[in-house]
Ligand binder design. Structure first.
Ligand code: UT7
Length: 332
């Protein structure tokens, strides 16, 4: 396959489970209030998979929508990256499960990317490199999560924050200046802070056991305040790094699409970067934190509703367990 000068996001697709869980619903199952959740996080409701639905169902639906919008058939897909912390099974990968569900049965490479909330941007960086190196032509990058399956519904400090959802993107070869061109992608990690946001149980360190279950170690744990501090500092820094690399200023950016974890983090990062609020994309109130799915689904929503227009410069940033964080710029 010939190498390409650039790569582009040819299309997005999104899918959410139908079941809605509002803050008032949560008030009935845990000691919390709509007021606390709204004021501290901006979240009003989130989506939750039903028992008979899987992560791969929404991931496949989002992937098919992206392929249809791009006019590419599943058999033309060369590589599928499942960006997730919550695959259907530890093995095979979410990407393999999606491959079977969408009928991408041409031997395409399929594997998962685990960098928590930075998953989709990490996958996008790999896809961009693959396409530009001529390794693959059509790469599906899917950020998709079934976080509700890994939440302790008795722990009010975590269960109110997260939701399920899937955002897919198709990355293809491009020329300089093509719509959707990926201009910059930076992904960082610092493993020293792995303990402040983790899912400790049922991995090889702590295989499933009664003790693991009794201590709720099969669920997501988080030191919210520590995460908050690192999130703000690192997202601001990586955005400045991405802008500097491209010799762009905030004034030249049309839209800021940050990770949708918490409205206060979004507002603080936006303010520190000097973004006017009308340039900041937000949908955390509807879906909560869907981890690797937040940026592709929010970007997609703003494109579908005509807010992000062709030619707009879009700055994205994210932050998650690892610790991981990323920044990137796309000319839509
Ligand atoms: O993708 C990255 C994922 N993670 C994040 O983005 C999380 C970053 N952190 C945050 O967004 C915030 O730290 C939280 C929203 C998680 C928490 O907000 P906070 O302002 O840092 O609250 P806090 O942890 O300091 O807790 C304040 C109080 C505590 O009560 P006391 O000790 O003051 O009596 C908590 O027990 O709020 C209590 N609390 C709650 N109350 C009602 C904690 N969770 C809840 C809840 N409902 N759901």
């Amino acid at each position: 396959m010939p190498s390409a000068k650039r790569s582009k996001i040819a299309a997005f697709g999104s899918a959410f489970p139908e079941q809605v869980l509002t803050n008032l619903d949560l008030e009935k199952i845990v000691d919390t209030s709509d007021q606390w959740i709204s004021e501290r996080t901006g979240i009003r409701e989130r989506r939750k998979l039903r028992d008979n639905e899987q992560n791969s169902d929404i991931a496949a639906a989002a992937a098919l929508q992206a392929l249809e919008r791009a006019g590419v058939s599943p058999m033309e897909v060369d590589c599928i990256l499942g960006c997730t912390t919550t695959p259907d099974r530890w093995m095979p990968s979410l990407a393999s499960a999606v491959q079977a569900k969408i009928g991408a049965n041409n031997g395409a490479t399929a594997y998962d990317v685990l960098t928590a909330c930075a998953g989709w941007m990490t996958g996008l960086q790999a896809a961009d490199a693959y396409v530009r190196a001529g390794v693959y032509k059509n790469v599906l990058v899917i950020g998709s999560e079934a976080l509700s399956r890994f939440l302790n519904w008795k722990d009010r400090t975590t269960c109110v924050l997260f939701g399920d959802g899937a955002g897919a993107s198709l990355v293809t070869p491009a020329n300089v200046g093509d719509p959707g061109e990926i201009l910059e992608l930076i992904v960082h990690s610092d493993g020293r802070y792995g303990d402040i946001l983790d899912l400790p149980g049922c991995g090889s360190q702590m295989p499933p056991s009664l003790a693991v279950l009794e201590n709720n170690l099969q669920y997501i744990r988080m030191n919210g305040q520590e995460v908050y501090k690192h999130a703000v500092r690192n997202m601001v820094a990586v955005c400045e790094e991405a802008l500097a690399r491209r010799k762009l200023t905030v004034e030249q950016i049309d839209w800021f699409v940050p990770h949708q974890a918490n409205i206060r983090i979004i507002e603080t990062v936006g303010k520190k970067l000097n973004f006017p609020t009308e340039k900041v994309a937000i949908n955390v109130h509807k879906y909560g934190n869907t981890s690797a799915a937040t940026i592709p689904t929010c970007f997609d929503e703003y494109v579908q509703t005509g807010k992000i227009k062709r030619g707009d410069l879009v700055l994205m940033t994210t932050f998650g367990g690892g610790l991981t964080w990323a920044g990137g710029i796309v000319r839509w």
